[in-house]
Design a binder for this molecule. Structure first.
Ligand SMILES: Nc1ncnc2c1ncn2[C@@H]1O[C@H](COP(=O)(O)OP(=O)(O)OP(=O)(O)O)[C@@H](O)[C@H]1O
Ligand SMILES: [Mg+2]
Length: 481
């Protein structure tokens, strides 16, 4: 395995300890009486649950919400006031014109067929006027629910003219009709263009407002995309590093702070890799040198001849040489192996065949999507170590794989003697064997589980030991997909 993997393993260990400490703190806190959640807490939790989780969506929200609030306030306060004011002015002007016409009507009765007054109204004021003798005002029409024009016009007529009237602001859309019952029982009917009494152009302001907001939003989305991409790439690179994979073509990009974070990440990654590289090289060197000395020992012993003590020393030296061999293989590891999509059921089947070849009963089952990105040789070594252990201590081995959207879980069950609960962490220590005599006969070195855990952790996962339903040990490997 690479030095990088071992480094990640250590990092994960440290993170695991942190989580354990946090959990301990939390459970200590749990015994203290907690205050009952107030409405603010509940609101906060609700807000958290409905808020989008992604940075992109959140940033967009930060832009959109103030914009919408601002525009709504402006539209409500400014536009509404402006609209009312203009409508009031306009309707008051038209009412004044009608009042003037009524005055002219009263003052010049010689204009018998009202031709002059109609002409003046038409030419000078743009109002169409006619007179209906001795009529009655129609019943008031249905009032619209919210009509500023209707209210303003009625108010003005009441104040400035003070005669009974009837208005229709709803009917023909471009014209407003006003009827006034004159003191001589004639009805004066006025048609005024709606645009004269009412400000119809305010919606243009609204359209402009919404259109410019959309343009601003489009620009913001384009810029945001560019700003967020480097953060997403950094997150991907860090995640890949955690899973023991190499992030392709990653380099610092984007805003200064994001670049700084990316540069710091790369530096940290480099340091971890260098440190582990150095440690591995040194240990490999030491093992190698010791092996040379052991070989010399063996030669010297061969020269010393035979004897029971010499036999015992030879046996010890052989054992030590085997351990060093295993350690060298461990230190060299699967250095440089690249992650690749791997068909896990096929890999499990190979393990099963190996086990059966050695005369054990074995079964394999797999659930879920078969392809998972792992370092194939390393991952197979990890599982093979577990399966070899199972077949060394038991006669039946059951291998089960399960993949969901987050994890690939492989369990290796056996019907052997199992491992006592208090020793289940210890057996992961290198060179530790529970039953020395038996294992030595089998030629085990006690590195199998240490290597398997190291590989699992280098993939961002771990191994746990437990009780198997078959009666023996259950080893569970879990790696993120
Ligand atoms: N399936 C199992 N059932 C019972 N004991 C086990 C099982 N797997 C491991 N052990 C115990 O845990 C110890 C450590 O296992 P590990 O695989 O690390 O070393 P090993 O099998 O002795 O040697 P190596 O795997 O290097 O050949 C073993 O010596 C054994 O006592
Ligand atoms: Mg083993």
């Amino acid at each position: 395995m690479t030095s990088l993997d071992a480094g990640i393993g250590r990092l994960r260990n440290a993170a695991g300890q942190l989580v354990a400490a946090a959990n301990a703190l939390a459970s200590a806190g749990a015994t203290v009486v907690r205050p009952i959640a107030g409405p603010w807490d509940r609101f906060g939790r609700w807000l958290k649950s409905v808020m989008p989780k992604g940075l992109y969506a959140r940033s967009l929200l930060i832009i959109i919400v103030p914009m919408v609030v601002l525009q709504s306030v402006v539209a409500l306060l400014f536009l509404e006031r402006h609209w009312n004011l203009v409508t009031n002015y306009l309707s008051s002007a038209v009412t004044q014109e009608i009042a003037t016409l009524i005055d002219v009507y009263k003052t010049f009765p010689q204009d018998a067929d009202h031709a002059q007054i109609r002409r003046i109204a038409q030419d000078r004021l743009g109002l169409v006027v006619d007179f209906m003798p001795g009529g009655q005002l129609p019943a008031p029409g249905p009032k619209p629910f919210f009509n500023q024009l209707d209210e303003a016009l009625s108010d003005d007529i009441r104040k400035q003219i003070g005669l009974p009237f009837w208005i229709d602001t709803v009917g023909r859309s471009s014209i407003v009709e006003i009827r006034i019952l004159l003191p001589d029982a004639n009805i004066m009917r006025v048609f005024a263009p709606r645009a004269d009494v009412y400000d119809p152009n305010s919606w243009i302001f609204l359209v402009w407002m919404v259109a410019t907001s959309l343009v601003v939003l489009a620009i913001a989305i384009a810029f945001l995309r560019n700003q967020i991409r480097p953060i997403v790439r950094l997150a991907d690179a860090a995640e890949a590093f955690g899973k023991g994979r190499e992030a392709q073509n990653f380099r610092p990009r984007g805003a200064r702070e994001v670049r700084r974070a990316a540069a710091a990440f790369l530096e940290m990654k480099g340091r971890v890799e260098r440190a582990i590289e150095q440690r591995t090289t040194m240990l490999a060197g030491v093992s190698h040198d010791l092996r040379t000395i052991l070989t010399r020992f063996k030669l010297e012993l061969a020269l010393l001849g035979d004897g029971p003590e010499i036999e015992a020393i030879k046996k010890d030296i052989d054992e030590m040489a085997a351990m060093l061999e295993a350690y060298l293989a461990f230190a060299r590891g699967d250095m440089g192996e690249q992650s690749a999509p791997t068909d896990i059921p096929v890999l499990l089947d190979e393990l099963k065949l190996d086990t059966e070849r050695h005369g054990h009963r074995a079964s394999v089952s797999f659930y879920g999507e078969p392809e998972v990105t792992v370092r194939p040789a390393a991952f197979k070594r990890c599982l093979a170590n577990l399966v070899t252990n199972a077949s060394r201590f038991a006669s039946t081995v059951a291998i089960t794989g399960h993949r969901d959207h987050r994890w690939l879980t492989v369990t290796v069950d056996d019907d052997g003697p199992g491992i006592p609960v208090n020793l289940r962490e210890d057996v992961f220590k290198p060179f530790l064997r529970l039953d020395d005599a038996r294992n030595q006969d089998e030629g085990g070195t006690g590195l199998g589980l240490a290597i398997a855990r190291d590989i699992a952790r280098s993939h961002g996962g771990d191994i746990a030991l437990g009780d198997s339903p078959l009666g023996g040990l259950r080893a569970t490997v879990r790696v993120p997909v």
